[in-house]
Design a protein around this ligand. Structure first.
Ligand code: ZN
Length: 116
């Protein structure tokens, strides 16, 4: 991998890690337990609140998974194996890394894994 590209990808990964970390801190408040005070909240608004809470929890679960993948990618970058497919060892294309900086597999191995 060209050094310039590697520096670019490190910056992208770090920026995404910071963004996700901040997003998770914000959503901690949103996924706090819903207050079940029936006298202050109507049934509908309580349903709304519970639905919003469920959505916040689902999105923070996927954010956590993405954050873990990004941290793993940064670790591979430190080890010098970033951009290599974990399956076949071929270089992952620059276009694919730009679209998915945390990618662990080349496009061929990824579609192979998905079809199984
Ligand atoms: Zn591969």
């Amino acid at each position: 991998m060209k050094e310039k590209f590697s520096i670019e990808m490190r910056e992208v990964l770090q920026a995404q890690r910071d963004l996700l970390t901040r997003g998770l801190a914000d959503s901690r408040e949103a996924s706090a337990p819903v207050e079940l005070d029936q006298t202050r909240q109507g049934r509908l608004s309580r349903m709304d609140a519970m639905q919003q809470q469920a959505m916040a929890q689902a999105s923070s679960a996927s954010s956590r998974a993405r954050l873990a993948a990004i941290e793993a990618a940064l670790k591979r970058m430190d080890e010098g194996s970033y951009g290599e497919c974990r399956e076949c060892g071929e270089a992952i294309s620059a276009g694919r890394l730009r679209a998915r900086p945390e990618a662990r597999l080349c496009i061929d191995c990824e579609s192979e894994a998905e079809s199984q």
